[in-house]
Each structure stands twice: as structure tokens, then as C-alpha cells.
Design a protein around this ligand. Structure first.
Ligand SMILES: *[C@@H]1O[C@H](CO)[C@@H](O)[C@H](O)[C@H]1NC(C)=O
Ligand SMILES: *[C@@H]1O[C@H](CO)[C@@H](O)[C@H](O)[C@H]1NC(C)=O
Ligand SMILES: *[C@@H]1O[C@H](CO)[C@@H](O)[C@H](O)[C@H]1NC(C)=O
Ligand SMILES: *[C@@H]1O[C@H](CO)[C@@H](O)[C@H](O)[C@H]1NC(C)=O
Ligand SMILES: *[C@@H]1O[C@H](CO)[C@@H](O)[C@H](O)[C@H]1NC(C)=O
Ligand SMILES: *[C@@H]1O[C@H](CO)[C@@H](O)[C@H](O)[C@H]1NC(C)=O
Ligand SMILES: CC(=O)N[C@H]1CO[C@H](CO)[C@@H](O)[C@@H]1O
Length: 644
């Protein structure tokens, strides 16, 4: 939703009021920097760049008469009542302003359902609070090196505050009490311990999970075959004062029941029925009445998550809203804390442009999101399906001297093919919908140029080969700029999606056993091996690079929304016994995400219900375009900073 940053320093320097372009791109609607004295000799520069999405447009930071300051990059989708016309930023600010004790503040944060990262200055208590939601759906980085007299927290890397940033682990909520020593003492904020091993800054972490659960939370590579933990954080060092655990129990409860002998035998027998794996009928033949009931429930809960994520936004598309927005004083003045913004609309007139886009590979996750989105998006409004393909450099192309693959064929990659057949299924479900299938074709030259110029800095501080390929693929897709697919050949129509909201499928594979490593665990450790793997992955989903995806997608002035990580969806899936989510006795394309496949059939989808998982870096062929001898977990040399 926004780009936020806070610089703490012991100086007064207007240099800190300069808003870097990278931050401004996240919040194109309004940008302000407010300076406030926080403690003797400590000044805070609070910058908020807002992408307007809920209620009335609200400039940030928000200040109250008591001197509290809030920077909010988030959405309240539930938990705290926000009327459709209210702005969630103000609602949250007034709730936080009423808090006296730490527990009261934690109580407010605990209730919020939705993605967020926040920075909050609590004037009376002299406390600085910050953190990311339990799944890490929004980014927050830190730059504070030993000996430096500046501390900077920011949604993304800011060039003027250093080259080397750290992701704040989404492990809980942090509190620092600000004193002049905060800046001048020789501390490393993250270690929380100075060179002599003494904690010199009172940093406290209120963790989401019991400290006895290891803080594998920091960051990990999103590698299909094995999870490698980078121990970026020593988050547990924060646990010096309080170890209160404060998340909703529904998210902590995980049903680790395994099937008893009879059930297990029955699940195994299903695999012996030799049903064709390329027929959707097989899914029906394998389903019990109870499976159908659960699929209905899932469709209902998941559908509600999608509905909320579609409805919580302005009635106008990105282009039309810009025309209606009146900013006072005119933008360019970044230091005004009394900026006002209003929408110049007599009544809520809708426009007829897309407000919702979906990262669309045609795979089961994205098509299921789309089929349900169709139920909630106004029938006259188009839906944008963003499908990314990287130029194919086939061997033949080089061998057949001079005889090149026709240009249009160079972008026929696996995700383009499944995407287009997915489109046909959607057209069957709703022939009246205007479906904008946006073919985003990316050449090698363009990839290299954009990576160098922008993407590398957005992916930072992550740096693996996998971060590079996923980061680049998502960046180009989310840009939403391509050729509209049309069944009638003719002049290609160029199109840029005006949607502010992008729905993405992250979180499905972890919860529903979609990765091939789940099969590995199942083959070696049986049902209990599988349960433990899923449980572990769900518990540390916050380490699964969603911060990176937020930095990448919001760069286009669009917001990523993750329906599979809706609190109610996660809670529902957590409570189900594992064999209702997946039966890995069944072959690939059928057994994993079984619940989702059955649900897909029930909403009218067909062949896409039996597609096996294909990761975006392979489906879009970006991995092929680069050196394919690399391992996904290797440090990516292309992301490394050139010495300037
Ligand atoms: C205000 O921010 C914009 C970027 O959003 C920047 O181009 C401009 O220079 C800033 N103005 C001042 C006075 O810092
Ligand atoms: C945000 O909503 C509150 C009411 O919840 C209202 O008082 C305030 O004026 C709104 N802010 C803006 C900028 O519209
Ligand atoms: C570490 O912090 C302690 C307590 O604030 C202080 O006495 C000590 O000098 C610090 N050590 C260094 C190397 O800064
Ligand atoms: C992009 O690739 C598709 C093939 O999927 C082709 O039909 C289209 O013409 C290409 N567009 C451009 C601008 O290259
Ligand atoms: C499509 O629109 C036509 C005419 O308005 C209507 O008769 C038909 O029921 C609609 N089809 C669907 C699937 O909504
Ligand atoms: C876990 O699943 C089993 C089997 O369906 C069920 O009996 C039990 O109530 C579930 N436990 C929880 C906590 O939901
Ligand atoms: C503001 C700040 O602390 N910047 C630091 C960021 O990190 C680099 C080194 O990684 C330091 O040189 C900066 O001082």
C-alpha cells in the first residue's frame, strides 16, 4: 500500500527530507516527510508515500495532538472494525493513541487481520515500535551499522542510507526505547548486544510464537527441493525482557493427526485403482462425500478472502482515481504535515476499467483465485490476467543458420500455453466477462537492463539465483504492460493494466503439500513426515520471501494481496487433518493439493484442476534464459552490486 521510512539521527539536516524515487514509486498518490524531535538530540524523519486504497485518501505519517506518529503500510481486512468509508490508517492511529501500556498496544496489533508493516512513535513512553505481520506479507528493512549515528527503517533499500540492509524478521513486534544513547552507543541493533557482549539498547521483541520454537524465522531460500536457512537474524537476542506470546490461537493450532491404520490403508488403496491421471473424472471418483463437504467449506472461506481483497479498494481504477484526486498544497512540497487530499467526486461513480489483476500462469492456484474473483468483481468490469514469458533462445535457433524462430513463437513458453487454456476455461465459466489476457513478453536485453537499473535494488537484501529469477519474473508480470490476447488476428493491442490490486497465489504450496519436497518427506517419513514438514513450513511462512514480493510488486504502484494467506483460510487449513488436504499416494498432478483440485472442479473449472505444479521461474522460462547450470540457492552474481 505504501512506502514508509524513518531516519533517526542526532542532527538536523534537510538532506533527510529528500524522498528517494524508489520509495515514492510505492506510493505515487502523496508523499510527505515530517521531522519530529523524539528525545534529546534525537530527530526522527518520518516519510510516508501513499498508494490510496481504503476509505478516504489519508496522507502519512499521521500525527495526533499528543505527538504520536504512525507510518502504516498495511490493510485492515478484519479484526478491527473499519467502516467502508473510513481510512484504516486513522482508525488504527486513534486506537494506538489510546494505549498506555505495552499490553494494550499489543492487544490492538494482535486483533488486526491483514498484511502490514508499521512504524509507530509513542511520544509519552518514548518508545519506537515496529514490525511486520505474522506471515511477513509486507517488507521492512533496517540499516544501522556499528558506529553509525543514523538508524534507518524503510520498506526498501534507500541509497543514501547504505548499501547493506537487513530484513526485519517477521518474528514479532519490536520496541526500542529512544534515548540519545540509542544513536551514539556502539551498538548493533540486530544483535542487540555490543562488542563487549552487553546489551546497550533496550530493544524488546514480543514474539509471535513461543521462544522455544526456534527462530528459523529470519529468511530462507524458496527452494523447492530443500530449504536452506540463512541465519540473518539473531532475533532471539531480543528476548531480553519479555517473552509474551501473542498471536491468535487459531494460527498456532495445527492438526497433526495422522491417519490410523484403517484410514491409511484406504488412502493407499485409492492409488491402486489405476484411474487415469489426465482425467478430471478421477478426482471425482476419488472423492468421498466428506471431501465434497470440505471443498464446499473451503470455497466459501477462500471466496470470502478473495471478496474482501477485491472490495477493499476505491471504486475507480488507478488512472481514473488520479484524475479525481485533489492534493493541497500541490505535491512537490514534501514537508507539509497538514496536507489534505480529497477525491473530486460528487458521488461514487464507477469507471469501467479493471481494478483487479491476477498473476496468471494458468496453474491451479492462479486459476482458482480467478474463478472465484469472477464471482465478486462487478459484471461490467474487466479482469486482467497477467501472464509473463521470457524470450526463448532455442538451440535450433542458433543451429539453423540464420533461420530464426518466428518472433511470435519465441514467447510460447509453458506458462503461456497453460495460461491460454486456462483463459478458455474461464471464458466457459463466464462468457460475458471481459477477460484481459495480458501477454507480457520479455527479451533478454530488457531483462538485463531492468535488473541492473531497478530490480536488483528491490530484491535487496536477498541475493540468491532463485530470488533473482522469481523477483524478475514477478516484476515484469506486475508491471502489467503487454499485448492483449485476441482470438481475431489483427493489429496487436498494447495495454497497461490500470488495476491497483494484484491477487497472487503465494502460500498455497506450503499449506497444501504442493512442492516436490513434500513427496520426498512423504516417501521417507510417511504421513507423520509429511505433517511435520507442512507444519514447519506454515509456521515459518514469514520467512518465505513475501517481503521481497511486496517490494517487487508495489514498485509499480500496485498492491499484492495474498488470499491463500488470509487468516481465516490459514486457520481453516491448519485445522484440517493432512489427508484431507493431500493424498500423496496418488500421482503428481492429482494427489498434492487434492482439496484445491476438487474445489476447482466444483467451481466449474476442468483440465486446469489436474495440472502439476510448475514454478514461475521454469514456467516463464526465465531460468532457461540465464545460466542454467546454477543452483537456485547460489548467490546470484547478477544481483551483486557493481563497484561504482
Ligand atoms: C519531493 O519528493 C519528490 C519525489 O517524490 C522529489 O522529486 C522532490 O525533489 C522532493 N522535493 C523536496 C523539496 O524534497
Ligand atoms: C479518516 O477517517 C476519519 C474517520 O474515521 C476522519 O475523521 C478523517 O477525517 C479521515 N481522514 C481523511 C484524510 O479523510
Ligand atoms: C556496551 O554497553 C555497556 C552498557 O551500556 C557499556 O558499559 C559498554 O561500554 C559498551 N561497550 C562498548 C564496546 O561499547
Ligand atoms: C508476445 O508473444 C505472443 C506469443 O505468446 C505473441 O502472440 C505476441 O505477438 C508477442 N507480442 C510481442 C509484442 O512480441
Ligand atoms: C450472459 O449475458 C446474457 C445476456 O445478457 C445472459 O442471457 C446470459 O445468462 C449471461 N451468461 C452468463 C453465464 O452469465
Ligand atoms: C484433527 O483432525 C481429526 C480427524 O479429522 C479430528 O478428529 C480432530 O478433531 C482435528 N483436530 C483439531 C484440533 O481440529
Ligand atoms: C544509516 C546507516 O546505518 N547506514 C549504514 C548502512 O550500512 C552500511 C554498511 O553496510 C554502513 O556503511 C552505513 O553507515
Amino acid at each position: 500500500m505504501c512506502g514508509i521510512s524513518l531516519v533517526l539521527c542526532s542532527c538536523n539536516d534537510d538532506r533527510h527530507k529528500t524522498i528517494e524515487e524508489r520509495l515514492a514509486r510505492r506510493g505515487p498518490d502523496m508523499q510527505i516527510c515530517v521531522e519530529q524531535r523524539l528525545a534529546d538530540a534525537v530527530t526522527g524523519y518520518f516519510t510516508g508515500c501513499v498508494l490510496h486504497l481504503q476509505g478516504s485518501p489519508t496522507p502519512q505519517p499521521v500525527l495526533d495532538k499528543d505527538g504520536n506518529v504512525l507510518l502504516w503500510n498495511g490493510e485492515i481486512f478484519g479484526g478491527i472494525e473499519v467502516d467502508a468509508r473510513e481510512n484504516d490508517t486513522d482508525v488504527l492511529h486513534s486506537r494506538l493513541g489510546g494505549c498506555e501500556t505495552d499490553n494494550e498496544l499489543l492487544d490492538v496489533m494482535r486483533q488486526i487481520q491483514g498484511p502490514w508493516a508499521f512504524i509507530y512513535w509513542q511520544e509519552k513512553q518514548n518508545n519506537l515500535w515496529f514490525g511486520r505481520d505474522i506471515f511477513g506479507r509486507r517488507s521492512l528493512l533496517l540499516n544501522h551499522s556499528q558506529g553509525s549515528s543514523e538508524i534507518c527503517l524503510s520498506s526498501i533499500k534507500l541509497d543514501q542510507y547504505g548499501e547493506d540492509w537487513q530484513e526485519i524478521p517477521a518474528a514479532g513486534i519490536y520496541k526500542i526505547s529512544i534515548t540519545p544513547e540509542t544513536l551514539i552507543s556502539n551498538i548493533s541493533l540486530f544483535a542487540g548486544v555490543n562488542d563487549s557482549g552487553v546489551n546497550s539498547v533496550r530493544t524488546v521483541l514480543y514474539p509471535y510464537v513461543s521462544p522455544s520454537v526456534s527462530f528459523g524465522h529470519a529468511a530462507s531460500h524458496n527452494v523447492d527441493s530443500s530449504i536452506e536457512m540463512k541465519d540473518v537474524s539473531k532475533a532471539s537476542n531480543f528476548l531480553n525482557e519479555s517473552s509474551e506470546v501473542f498471536i491468535h490461537t487459531s494460527l498456532r493450532e495445527f492438526n497433526d493427526t495422522v491417519p490410523d491404520a484403517d484410514q491409511s490403508e484406504a488412502l493407499k488403496l485409492l492409488a491402486n485403482e489405476n484411474l487415469p491421471i489426465d482425467s478430471t473424472q478421477s478426482i471425482l471418483d476419488l472423492s468421498t462425500a466428506e471431501d465434497h463437504k470440505l471443498a464446499e467449506e473451503f470455497i466459501n472461506i477462500f471466496g470470502n478472502a478473495i471478496k474482501t481483497r477485491i472490495e477493499r479498494q476505491p471504486v475507480l481504477c488507478s488512472n481514473c482515481i488520479k484524475k479525481q484526486m485533489v492534493v493541497n498544497p500541490a505535491s512537490g512540497d514534501n514537508s507539509s504535515d497538514n496536507m489534505t487530499v480529497r477525491l473530486n467526486m460528487s458521488h461514487e461513480e464507477k469507471c469501467r476499467h479493471s481494478r483487479v489483476a491476477i498473476l496468471f500462469s494458468g496453474g491451479i492456484d492462479s486459476i482458482m483465485i480467478t474463478a472465484l474473483a469472477d464471482r465478486y468483481v462487478d459484471k461490467n468490469e474487466p479482469i486482467d490476467l497477467l501472464n509473463v514469458a521470457f524470450e526463448r533462445q532455442s538451440k535450433q535457433q542458433k543451429q539453423k543458420h540464420g533461420e530464426r524462430t518466428p518472433e511470435s513463437d519465441q514467447f510460447i513458453v509453458p506458462d503461456r500455453i497453460t495460461g491460454l487454456s486456462g483463459l478458455q476455461e474461464l471464458q466457459k465459466i463466464n462468457p460475458n466477462r471481459s477477460w484481459n489476457f495480458v501477454k507480457v513478453n520479455v527479451t533478454k536485453a530488457e531483462l538485463q537492463e531492468r535488473r541492473e537499473r531497478q530490480i536488483r535494488d528491490l530484491v535487496h537484501p536477498l541475493c540468491s539465483v532463485l530470488d533473482d529469477s522469481i523477483g524478475c519474473a514477478i516484476w515484469f508480470a506486475a508491471k502489467g504492460h503487454g499485448i492483449l490476447h485476441s482470438d481475431n488476428p489483427g493489429e496487436p493491442i498494447e495495454y497497461v493494466s490500470p488495476a491497483r490490486v494484484i491477487l497472487v497465489g503465494m502460500g498455497a504450496d506450503e499449506q497444501l503439500a504442493g512442492y516436490s519436497r513434500h513427496r520426498g518427506k512423504f516417501n521417507t517419513g510417511g504421513w507423520s513426515g509429511l505433517v511435520q514438514e507442512i507444519k514447519m513450513e506454515v509456521q515459518r511462512i514469514s520467512a518465505r520471501n513475501l517481503g521481497r514480493d511486496d517490494r517487487i510488486i508495489t514498485d509499480h504502484g500496485r498492491e499484492s494481496r495474498f488470499p491463500f494467506l488470509d487468516e481465516n483460510v490459514v486457520s481453516f487449513l491448519n485445522k484440517l487433518p493432512v489427508w484431507k488436504k493431500a493424498n500423496l499416494h496418488l500421482p503428481r498432478g492429482l494427489g498434492e493439493k487434492f482439496l484445491l483440485r476438487l474445489s476447482a472442479l466444483k467451481v466449474g473449472l476442468s483440465d486446469s484442476a489436474i495440472l502439476a505444479k510448475r514454478a514461475i521461474q521454469f514456467g516463464s522460462r526465465i531460468a532457461k534464459l540465464e545460466n542454467n547450470k546454477e543452483k537456485a540457492s547460489d548467490t546470484c552474481s547478477r544481483l551483486a552490486n557493481n563497484l561504482k
